[in-house]
Ligand binder design. Structure first.
Ligand code: AMP
Ligand code: MG
Length: 423
């Protein structure tokens, strides 16, 4: 199992920031001084700490800021790393101080998966954690958009206009992705894999280079790959459009979290959080109080707001800070508007609260693409009731129900634009 302290130390080292923060003892010492455990019994899982860039996660988003091997704002990196470190260590510290909380972390889907169980006997918790880790690894392998597996096999067959016999590991996922894509009016479009690959987001690490060729983007967009092109009969999948290429990066993490929660519930565990790089689903409570979740600021390494969740709730955020490269000061990020073929450029982040994680994940991506003018209509179509969208001017758009759910951190400079009610 991954030991978090060396991981963080490695990250510091890999970014040349070891000067101030070497050594486990120093890290622990600083943490325990700064965070009394009781106050962080549920850590704010808002900062996405990615070890490498995978198909379902943006990579080390706080740490890797551009195509350039050097961070774009090296002056701020040590501070950011420090915040990541302190906040993430909160959980491991709590597991040492609070015998009711079991905490474990591992990597899958290109991100740090974080499991928190409340009130579970340690041996049972360890066993559950191992099962969950195994499940995540299997799902990651099967659903990868470019490394050989069930999904790449399907993509090859669809490109060759063959009828594919879908692997049972991907059929339900594909069906649900198709359904959500239709509800989102195609803004969440899981079959634009060619476009995403053209932009370089299937490369690991992101290539240093130029923008994709504008004519090629145009041609791909003109082919209009859509889930409407797909026919599914029993386990047979065919496509009438050779441009269709599945990439489930906007949705698979959510789907996987739902499976993990199901697994925990089968094991009789009813108070837990499964968190994949800041996107999470929580069930039950943290003892006698609700779980508290932080939402990160899209432009600062800081918590913007927090929400308390009681019972079964997912919180998903899509952000333009997660995976991107910069050319001549312009940010080119990983969430593509299928209508233009270019990154959706009016949104900085979208947070969706919903009960199941798969829908929350797909919706966060769709509403990001929808942007400040269209998010309300698409949220209605998708049946989403709680949304916060921060546009690239820093204006925070949200529906009234979300406004009453969320608590902004003191001192934040916020400009909120309330929408009509969603339901
Ligand atoms: P998320 O962080 O959940 O918003 O997912 C972003 C990932 O989804 C990207 O890295 C792409 O792999 C994929 N993606 C990008 N744009 C879209 C889109 N419009 N619809 C579906 N998937 C997308
Ligand atoms: Mg998503």
């Amino acid at each position: 199992m991954l030991n978090f302290i060396p991981l963080v130390t490695n990250l510091l080292i890999s970014h040349g920031s070891t000067r101030n923060y070497t050594g486990k003892s120093l890290l622990r010492h600083v943490f325990f001084r700064v965070f009394p455990c009781a106050s962080v019994a549920i850590m704010p899982f808002f900062i996405r700490l990615k070890q490498y860039q995978g198909p379902f996660g943006p990579g080390m988003n706080l740490l890797r800021k551009s195509h350039s091997p050097r961070p774009t704002r090296p002056d701020r990196l040590p501070a950011r790393l420090f915040i990541v470190l302190l906040l993430s260590l909160a959980a491991s510290a709590c597991s040492q101080h609070d015998s009711e909380v079991y905490h474990d972390q591992f990597f899958a889907f290109g991100t740090l998966i974080d499991l928190t169980l409340y009130g579970v006997e340690p041996a049972a918790a360890r066993q559950a954690s191992e099962l969950i880790e195994q499940d995540f690894r299997t799902m990651h392998g099967n659903w990868h958009a470019w490394e050989p597996g069930a999904l790449t096999r399907l993509n090859r067959q669809l490109a060759d206009r063959e009828t594919a016999i879908a692997d049972p590991s991907i059929l339900p996922l594909i069906k649900e992705a198709n359904r959500l894509s239709q509800l989102s009016n195609g803004l969440f479009n899981p079959v634009i894999g060619e476009l995403i690959s053209l932009w370089g987001f299937h490369d690991n690490p992101l290539p240093i280079g130029t923008l994709p060729d504008a004519d090629t983007i145009k041609q791909l967009v003109a082919q209009l790959p859509s889930v409407e092109d797909i026919t599914i009969e029993d386990n047979r999948i065919s496509s009438r459009n050779p441009a269709v290429r599945y990439d489930l990066g906007a949705f698979a993490k959510g789907y996987a979290i739902d499976r993990a929660i199901e697994r925990l519930q089968e094991l009789g565990i009813n108070n837990a959080i499964v968190n994949a790089g800041g996107d999470l689903r929580a069930i039950g409570r943290h003892g006698d109080r609700p779980w508290r979740i932080g939402i990160r600021h899209p432009r600062e390494a800081a918590i913007l707001a927090s929400i308390e969740i009681d019972g079964d709730t997912s919180v998903f955020t899509s952000g333009d800070y997660e995976r991107f490269f910069e050319i001549d000061g312009t940010r080119h990020h990983h969430i593509i508007d299928p209508r233009s073929g270019y990154p959706a450029d009016r949104t900085a982040s979208v947070t969706v609260i919903y009960n199941n994680a798969a829908t929350a994940d797909a919706a966060a991506t769709a509403l990001f693409v929808a942007g400040p003018d269209e998010w309300l209509a698409i949220a209605r179509d998708m049946g989403i009731g709680l949304v916060m969208l921060i546009d690239t001017d820093g204006v925070i758009h949200m529906n009234p129900a979300m406004r009453s759910r969320i608590r902004f951190e003191p001192g934040m400079d916020i400009d909120v634009r309330l929408s009509e009610p969603l339901s």
